[in-house]
Design a protein around this ligand. Structure first.
Ligand SMILES: Nc1nc2c(ncn2[C@@H]2O[C@H](COP(=O)(O)OP(=O)(O)OP(=O)(O)O)[C@@H](O)[C@H]2O)c(=O)[nH]1
Ligand SMILES: [Mg+2]
Length: 290
């Protein structure tokens, strides 16, 4: 069985990558996803896209869920027998913990794909916003997608690629839009040693899960996400939701300071939104969503 770990900070494009790479493939694949927060949005996005998906409960796969990760992978191997297992750890988990688990399970054909958000990488790296975390993701990766190049100018893309080359000269670096990667490149063999310095496990963020009990107005939810982006309710690094609106089911995203609303393929039994950041003004957020 091949195993691919897909890592990257919150909203970098991990789930987008999986949906694209798994479109129309012939291998038997399973995705193991460990979403941040308790509302399981990525699991639904992937399975509605026709991808066999197993969700890990909320928590961090590299520390508190280490044992669960081991038993879940063992169960997948035994019961589902995939040719290729993809793992999307939450955007706040260090890939080193997952690599360590795969070593423990003696899984050999492991590739780590790291997804970088080109709009923010240099600034966040220089400000040490995520400290060791960025470095750990970049040094562990065999293939690094410098994603969202449609949102940055060419100079910034070049500078980001140069910085990543410096941090990890061995990785294959590919600028991408929507994390589109050719399947041949994914065959690239792991060349980075498994064990790297783990100086910590997760980033500390606050999360707020919101459930909506009635059909929502699409403009109102879009304004709510724009309000979150404006910083009025704290420093929000990521928000996402699946919401049943008067115009049908919609997926909402706030990532890279951009708000997006796209129609979703199936009706939603339960509308939910997750907000992730620091200094969240929970009361105001709850009042704004109504
Ligand atoms: N403009 C633009 N948007 C992108 C690109 N890649 C991903 N996105 C958007 O970024 C948002 C987040 O993408 P996801 O794939 O959900 O990111 P993720 O890394 O899985 O997010 P988490 O699991 O929450 O950490 C979505 O609205 C995507 O459509 C890109 O290359 N360009
Ligand atoms: Mg995701």
């Amino acid at each position: 069985m091949k195993t691919t770990i897909v890592c990257g900070v919150l909203g970098a494009g991990k789930t987008t990558f999986l949906r694209n790479i798994l479109k129309g493939g012939t291998e038997k694949t399973v995705v193991l996803v460990n979403d941040f927060g308790s509302v399981g949005i990525d699991g639904e996005i992937l399975s509605v896209g026709g991808i066999e998906t197993i969700e890990m409960p909320s928590g961090c796969v590299c520390c508190t869920l280490r044992f669960d990760l081991i038993t879940t992978i063992e169960k997948i191997v035994k019961d589902m027998r995939p040719d290729h297992l993809f793992i999307e750890p939450s955007g706040v988990a260090s890939p080193t913990g997952v690599i360590d688990v795969l070593d423990t399970l003696k899984l050999k054909q492991v590739t780590v794909v790291g997804i970088i958000d080109v709009t923010e990488f240099i600034e966040d790296y220089e400000a040490e916003m995520y400290g060791w975390f960025f470095k750990s993701q970049v040094t562990c990766s065999d293939i690094i997608l410098v994603n969202k190049v449609d949102l940055a100018d060419a100079g910034k893309v070049t500078k980001t690629v140069q910085l990543i080359e410096k941090i990890n000269p061995k990785a294959v670096i590919v600028p991408t839009v929507n994390a589109e990667l050719s399947e041949e490149l994914l065959q690239h063999k792991r060349n980075v040693p498994g064990k790297t310095d783990v100086q910590g496990h997760t980033l500390r963020f606050e999360t707020l899960a919101l459930r909506l009990d009635k059909t929502a107005d699409i403009d109102r939810i879009t304004s709510f996400f724009e309000m979150l982006a404006s910083g009025e309710c704290g420093k929000i690094v990521r928000a996402k939701g699946l919401v049943q609106t008067g115009q049908g089911p919609y997926r909402f995203d706030l990532a890279s300071k951009q708000v997006a609303a796209v129609p979703f393929d199936v009706e939603l039994k339960e509308s939910r939104i997750i907000v992730i950041g620091t200094d969240l003004d929970e009361e105001k957020i709850r009042i704004e969503i109504g």
